[in-house]
Design a protein around this ligand. Structure first.
Ligand SMILES: Cc1ncc(COP(=O)(O)O)c(C=O)c1O
Length: 404
């Protein structure tokens, strides 16, 4: 079992410092429960480890797409971590919550005119450009917004490179191959440089990449960092002086394992960051999942038990409408009973949600002890891409969210 979880002698599930049996006694329905203590622990472990391997401390921008809960974001902001946003909605939320503009990076393949106008007028830290058309659009906006003061401080942009690297993650969350929609193709990149050479309202802040998500094979980062070095040298020869290298996010966690395995993963990945030490500017990192996945559980109740000749089902009152990852990516989440009899034998169940889709299945062959209607279960590691990907599908109520 994941190292943040254990059963006490009464068979009640502890999640870090929280007794989930006590927590659930106060809940009204399915709930994403976040632990601020575990979140802090992950933020600290991450920041400490990445610092060890880089010549200068990097700047961390949390990828808001992983979790846009206001309390979680407030907590992250208070630790002096910025945010990486991918839509006007996320940008507005970041500004509303008091993230300073210089704590915000704007990524994403489909930025609208309104989104770019907002980002440019608020002079955020960096806008990451994903295609030549986007750069032309931003240029036009910037020239319309231009006043003597904006003229003096051009807007910083990052050029997101598509390096045609396969990070070996799930195909639906791999973003760095040339067949993917993300990043600039080599010809778009050259067009961007041509435009930037003569443009005074925009400045090339740096280069940026993002290879995908839930990456556990680090060879891809090594190749990417070597290519970044080549591109950086080329840029210098062309007369540009980039101040940042943004390596994106993507660091995975071991959903089948524990926090201990994650720390080994982090150490291995961070060691590779030393490949960026040729660079005298600032390294930017955009982690999402690694920071928040472990701090959240989805708490749900057994609605029904159901049996056929083949198997037994545990039908929960929460499904793919709240946690989409298993249906979308066949991803694994451990499931534990919030209270269980410790000395009784477990049986195998298919744990499913109430949504009218066969893909609405959280796990097959899960060992459950003597379940009853109304019992609570905890679905582990739902702090990332849980609530933020949830939907109104079938019009079940949204899950509540609480950070303690
Ligand atoms: C541009 C960008 N940066 C950062 C991330 C965060 O990735 P992860 O949560 O895997 O760290 C993503 C997610 O796909 C992304 O698209």
């Amino acid at each position: 079992m994941n190292s943040f979880f254990r059963y006490n002698r009464s068979g009640e599930l502890q999640f870090g410092p929280h007794n989930l049996a006590e927590v659930t006694s106060e809940l009204r329905g399915p709930t994403f429960f976040y632990s601020s203590m575990i979140l802090d622990h992950r933020l600290k472990v991450f920041a400490t480890e990445v610092k060890k391997n880089l010549r200068f401390p990097p700047k961390i921008f949390f990828a808001m797409k992983a979790n846009h809960n206001r309390q979680v974001l407030d907590h992250i902001r208070q630790q002096n971590i910025g945010v990486d946003v991918v839509s006007g909605g996320e940008l507005r939320l970041a500004l509303d919550l008091g993230f300073a503009p210089d704590q915000i990076i704007f990524s994403g393949v489909g930025k609208s005119i309104d989104d770019l106008q907002l980002a440019a007028s608020r002079k955020i830290f960096q806008i990451n450009i994903e295609n030549f058309g986007e750069l032309k659009r931003l240029c036009k906006i910037q020239n319309q917004l231009r006043t003597p003061s904006t003229f003096q401080t051009p807007l910083k942009i990052g050029l997101r490179l598509n390096l045609d690297i396969d990070a070996g993650s799930h195909p639906k969350i791999t973003t760095g191959r040339k067949i993917d929609k993300f990043g600039l193709s080599p010809s778009d990149y050259l067009n961007c440089l041509d435009l930037l050479k003569n443009e005074t309202s925009l400045v090339l802040g740096g280069l940026t990449i993002h290879l995908g998500s839930q990456i556990l094979k680090f060879k891809s980062f090594k190749s990417a960092f070597a290519l970044l070095k080549e591109k950086y040298v080329e840029l210098f020869q062309l007369g540009f002086a980039p101040e940042t290298l943004d390596v994106g996010g993507g660091l995975g966690i071991d959903y089948n394992g524990s926090n201990r395995e994650d720390v080994l993963i982090l150490k291995k990945w961070s060691a590779g960051l030393a490949g960026l030490n040729f660079f005298k500017g600032q390294v930017l990192i955009e982690p999402g999942r690694f920071l928040v996945a472990r701090c959240g559980v989805l708490l749900a109740q057994v609605e029904y038990l159901k049996k056929n000749k083949e198997k037994e089902f545990l039908i929960l009152n929460s499904g793919m409408n709240h946690l989409l990852r298993p249906a979308l990516y066949d991803s694994f989440h451990e499931i534990s009973q919030v209270s269980k009899k410790l000395n009784k034998k477990a049986r195998k169940f298919e744990v499913v949600g109430p949504v009218c889709e066969s893909s609405d299945t959280f796990g097959k062959g899960r060992l459950i002890v003597d379940p009853k209607e109304g019992d609570w279960v905890a679905i582990h590691d739902c702090g990332a891409y849980g609530s933020s990907m949830s939907s109104d599908y079938n019009l079940f109520s949204r899950a509540d969210e609480v950070l303690v």
